[in-house]
Design a protein around this ligand. Structure first.
Ligand SMILES: *Cc1c(COP(=O)(O)O)cnc(C)c1O
Length: 315
């Protein structure tokens, strides 16, 4: 007997197509000894689409729907050599017919990262800029500084961190609210820019949302979240941060984290990425061991994707 697994992917750039896919993302109960006395589930947004995966998909697709509506055909964005966002933009540009330009931090290396090789293969034009210039990416005149033609283009900030991105994350929060298997006490997710945290918390409304920062950003996270929500006409939200699990800083992968990640994967069968979701799971594990999570709680982890970035780490 022949069986074939249907591969789901986003075949149209519209809200209904995204709703269909997002609504079908599986939830999985984690059967491990890593979260004693707590019932932990994981929502597998890494499985949303083979190439446009995780939280980046939601943030990006809302940007692309805006661009399409405005008749814009060119997307400019920026990121590092292993950026999940760059990868998603390149793939989505290819699939939905946008020209894409990626401004990449640093000199062009002799050997491109697997992420950037994919991006070029998907048709993205890569523009390498010095780290000094790259630091000015939030400046109004950044595109002039890096000498890119930006007329008739949409500039999407690094990571998809803009209002359209927050609306996309809100859509993810609403989807979670509509599809959660039962009642949950807490939803945990990894934070880079906190765009996803702001949006999910807004869309989810009920369960308490905890964000685990993967870099040391301190209070700027909260002011960022409040800025997003204020711009969208919402009051400050009720999300909280669980700090102290940056594990040395952004993209740092100390041995204890590697050991934890491999153990988690071995026990659960769920692959994580070293930059975001490994720190997320490690934070929950550690907080439970410190007695910070009430016994009997039901907790949902958001798998925000990023598995393509694993190729950058020796595991
Ligand atoms: C970018 C990213 C995040 C962080 O999302 P923010 O909205 O920037 O906080 C979390 N997980 C993964 C896998 C990512 O790629």
């Amino acid at each position: 007997m022949e069986t074939s697994l249907p591969i789901r992917y986003l075949d149209r750039l519209d809200l209904d197509a995204l709703r269909g896919l997002a609504g079908a993302v599986p939830y999985q109960l984690l059967a491990t000894d890593l979260f004693p006395r707590i019932e932990v589930w994981i929502r597998r947004d890494d499985l949303l689409d083979p190439l446009i995966s995780g939280n980046k998909a939601y943030k990006l697709l809302f940007n692309l729907m805006d661009a399409r509506e405005r008749g814009i055909e060119k997307i400019i964005t920026c990121g590092g050599a292993w950026s999940n966002h760059i990868h998603a933009v390149a793939a989505a540009g290819r699939r939905f017919g946008f020209q894409t330009v990626g401004i990449i931090r640093g000199e062009r290396p002799r050997n491109l990262s697997a992420t950037l090789r994919d991006a070029e293969r998907f048709g993205m034009e890569l523009k390498f800029v010095s780290r000094d210039l790259y630091r000015r990416r939030a400046q109004e005149n950044f595109l002039q500084l890096v000498d890119i033609r930006y007329q008739d283009a949409l500039f999407v900030p690094e990571g998809g961190a803009n209002l359209a991105g927050v609306r996309g994350a809100k859509f993810l929060g609403q989807t979670i609210a509509a599809t959660l298997p039962g009642k949950f006490d807490q939803v945990w997710l990894a934070c880079g820019t906190a765009t996803t945290l702001a949006g999910v918390q807004w869309g989810l409304n009920t369960a308490k949302v905890t964000g685990v920062p993967v870099l040391k950003a301190g209070a700027s996270f909260f002011s960022q979240i409040d800025t997003w929500l204020a711009a969208l006409g919402e009051g400050p939200g009720s999300a909280s941060l669980c700090e102290g699990y940056e594990c040395g800083g952004y993209a740092k992968f100390p041995d204890y984290l590697r050991q934890f990640m491999l153990n988690f994967e071995h026990q659960s069968g769920v692959p994580l990425d070293p930059v975001y979701t490994a720190k997320l799971a490690f934070a929950l594990h550690s907080e439970i061991r410190k007695g910070k999570v009430a016994a009997g709680s039901r907790v949902l982890l958001l798998h925000s994707g990023g598995l393509q970035g694993r190729r950058g780490m020796a595991l």
